[in-house]
Design a protein around this ligand. Structure first.
Ligand code: GLN
Ligand code: ZN
Length: 760
């Protein structure tokens, strides 16, 4: 039962790759130094994997930016605008595609399935040129060869590549290029096939609903690829969900191995076993590659035994469920976590060891690194017993509140039409009221203040005074600009999820638990390990202070339960929906306290609502039901005269507008400037009943939008939705912007609203 990995983290424990990349981009180091760091990291990671007991090492999972971009480079599928189409892609050409430059925009970025990793979207044109280049992979195969272990080349599969790509023009169907792409793949595989024993082609799209254009594509594609790769064998790798609904697509193909994700979808095992080709091996993904919890050995062994009974041990392989790209590198370095909680966890290196120990258990062989199998099993059981019986995971006070929830707690006491009158009277706002999304520029000074306080170099009193200074400053600037609804600016928040996680029971934080988000950017998600509850108010003092400074209405700012859930590592011992409901109750308490403190408006941000949706649309209704319920539970306890806002930062609402409407926020602010208000069409068609604030300027760029262009966007919006239900605001928060462009942009925004108001 061979052990292997689908891939590993690229960054290094100390984010060495991030540092080297950023130095290289700045011109502080030469290309050679960057290549040397990369090589050092690859060797180090392979050595770690091998020492942990992984037999078959992945090659090609390393990337300077993104593995889909690497595939684009290996195929030489460079978009024309970079001026090097049809040529081999060197390091600078590669970064040019990733990051843009010299007036040429970067390629687009998109979320990798339901993870927080982003890939670079391939662009396919009708006359797309290719230039196959296997050199990078061959060099890495040679590098790994020095370790003497068997190797497996890892590449995105052609169908997934094509599905994830976009067509450069709307009337061009990129799937027409599939035969040409396949030829390029064949050329590549022919070169790799001589040099490694197995080639892994990742086809995670099999866990989704396949677009009609690629139905049947697997059969033709893989028949020729298998030949091209020979003498190497081919593994088809799937993850992030069940592929049971797509097994027919693989019918009749004689691939050599199939990997399935049995953490996300253990229920697919029987169907997969039945459909497995006669000679093929099955790789069981039984260790969670998406989360930081220790494997439950008992559960994993049951699955392995079940598969073994069906096909025999020799045809099985063992691996984490997906690439370990999505978890941090090494738990050993975490010195600040409580020993109790640390014992429940496993990061990348520990997960490699788990795979090896499970294999040793089943085979009755010696465990990796001299650890006795019986001892390991015993420790695994003890850790799980400690976790399952820990009181913080089953708090009576939290559980009984959840049990006592009633339907009325999810809904506002009176319908929007009625409460909007009360709100109008209380707030006295003009038509097209102006506001912002919450954060204002986070200057170096603000960040230093927070850091000093965290380190203990600044006492609470001084810290509070400095933060109050920031709030005073932000409030007076907003008054001076003439904004209608003010915010306190969020200077006390480093991150919209971390800020709340740090104050809620049931959360803990790693010191070094970084995972790649895109390029050199990494995030360090909070960990939800136990029942979530609010110990005391989290934002009230700041918001109340801000309101005391002005007669204008102040918005209290909160992060919604779904977003807190989606941007954390979540406990795996209960459904996500249950954890989310606990978070919702904690936020509900905060809403009540803000209301008590006199805040007339409360905003509950849910930018992650959509990304939390499952991969298959058939599961969407169930997800949106509980997700929207959680938002309602959090926000809708507010009294009729309190105005509830929410905010989201994406612009495709067509297929989820009914769920957005079900949230019943009085006002929703959205990112809309780049789509030039097109998204409002979905709101119009649905007869969306409440108020909408479509963003009228793009905060992702320092450019100051003119009064005219913003007025024009407002007029467009007013043609689509009733003007009494429109707001004027930017696309998103302003924390990444500087003061100069922020002030100029907001001044123009207020002026634009004034002009359009006067035209009515
Ligand atoms: N209130 C948050 C801010 O303004 C919202 C951020 C977001 O939507 N991602 O920063
Ligand atoms: Zn936003």
């Amino acid at each position: 039962m061979q052990t292997h990995l689908l891939g590993f983290s690229r960054m290094g424990k100390q984010r060495e790759l991030k540092r080297a990349l950023e130095q290289y981009w700045k011109g502080d180091i030469e290309g050679d130094a960057l290549l040397a760091t990369a090589r050092e990291l690859r060797i180090r990671h392979w050595t770690l994997q091998r020492d942990a007991g992984i037999e078959l090492l992945p090659v090609g999972d390393f990337s300077f930016y993104d593995h889909i971009l690497d595939m684009t480079a290996a195929l030489g599928a460079v978009p024309e605008r970079y001026g090097t189409a049809g040529e081999a892609v060197d390091l600078d050409a590669y970064f040019h595609m990733a990051r843009g430059g010299q007036g040429v925009p970067a390629m687009e970025m998109s979320k990798w399935f339901d993870t927080n990793y982003h890939y670079i979207v391939p662009e396919l044109a009708p006359d797309q040129r290719f230039h196959v280049d296997a050199d990078r992979l061959l060099a890495q195969i040679e590098e790994a060869g020095e370790l003497g272990a068997p190797l497996k080349a890892v590449l995105p599969g052609p169908v997934t590549y094509c599905v994830l790509a976009k067509s450069t023009t709307p009337d061009f169907n990129r799937f027409e290029l599939l035969p040409v792409i396949l030829q390029a793949y064949e050329e590549l595989l022919a070169q790799l096939g001589e040099r490694c024993e197995l080639i892994q082609l990742d086809e995670p799209v099999l866990a989704q609903d396949l677009p009609a254009e690629v139905k049947g594509a697997f059969k033709t594609a893989y028949a020729s690829l298998l030949k091209a790769a020979s003498p190497a064998k081919v593994m088809l790798a799937t993850y992030f969900g069940s592929i049971a609904h797509n097994l027919g697509e693989l019918n009749g193909l004689s691939f050599d191995a199939l990997h399935v994700d049995l953490v996300r979808a253990p229920e697919q095992l029987d169907a997969v076993l039945k459909a497995l080709p006669e000679q093929a091996r099955l790789s069981l993904g039984v260790v969670d590659g998406r989360n930081i919890w220790r494997v439950d050995a008992g559960k994993a062994l049951d699955l392995i035994q079940h598969a073994r009974n069906a096909v025999g041990m020799d045809r099985l392989m063992l691996a984490p469920s997906c690439s370990l790209l999505h978890v941090p590198v090494d738990l050993e370095d975490e010195i600040a976590l409580s020993e109790t909680i640390k014992r429940w966890m496993a990061f990348g290196v520990q997960k490699c060891r788990e795979v090896a120990m499970l294999a040793a258990t089943v085979q009755g062989t010696q465990g990796a690194q001299g650890v006795d199998v019986a001892d390991w099993l015993e420790e695994n059981r003890a850790a799980w017993t400690s976790r399952r019986s820990d009181e913080t995971l089953h708090r009576k006070d939290v559980r009984s509140r959840i049990d006592a929830l009633t339907p009325t707690m999810y809904a506002r006491p009176v319908p929007y039409a009625e409460r909007s009158l009360e709100q109008r009277e209380r707030l006295g706002l003009p038509l097209l009221p102006t506001t912002t999304i919450g954060s204002f520029p986070q200057t170096a000074e603000i960040r230093a203040t927070r850091r000093d306080y965290k380190r203990g170099d600044l006492d609470m009193e001084k810290y509070t005074e400095r933060m109050r200074d920031c709030i005073r400053d932000v409030v007076s600037r907003q008054e001076e600009l003439g904004l209608d609804v003010l915010v306190h600016g969020e200077p006390e928040r480093n991150d919209m999820v971390e800020y709340f996680g740090e104050q809620l029971d049931g959360f803990c934080f790693t010191q070094n638990g970084w995972v790649q988000s895109y390029g050199s950017r990494c995030v360090k998600p909070p960990v939800i390990y136990g029942d979530v509850a609010r110990a005391k108010p989290m934002t009230v003092a700041w918001s109340k202070f801000a309101q005391s400074l002005t007669d204008k209405p102040m918005k209290g700012m909160l992060t919604g339960p779904v977003t807190i859930l989606c941007w954390s590592f979540v406990r795996d011992d209960q459904p996500r929906s249950e954890t989310c409901r606990q978070i919702a109750l904690a936020i509900r308490d905060e809403v009540a306290d803000l209301e008590q403190a006199g805040l007339p408006i409360i905003q509950v941000d849910e930018p992650a609502l959509r990304e939390g949706a499952p991969l298959r649309e058939s599961a969407w209704d169930e997800y949106f039901r509980w997700a929207v319920d959680c938002f309602r539970l959090a926000a809708n306890g507010a009294a009729p005269e309190t105005q509830v806002h929410t905010h989201m930062c994406y612009c495709d609402f067509n297929d989820i507008i009914e769920h957005i409407a079900a949230m019943d926020a009085d006002v929703i602010s959205l990112e809309a400037s780049r789509s030039r208000m097109e998204l409002l069409e979905a709101f119009r068609l649905f007869n969306y009943p409440n108020e909408v604030g479509p963003g009228i300027y793009d905060i992702h760029s320092p450019r100051v939008p003119s009064v005219d262009e913003m007025a024009d966007l407002l007029r467009r919006a007013a043609r689509v939705l009733p003007v009494e239900r429109l707001w004027a605001n930017p696309d998103c928060g302003l924390k990444t912007r500087g003061w100069e462009e922020t002030t100029a942009s907001l001044r123009n925004m207020v002026e634009a609203a004034r002009i359009v108001r006067a035209e009515l």
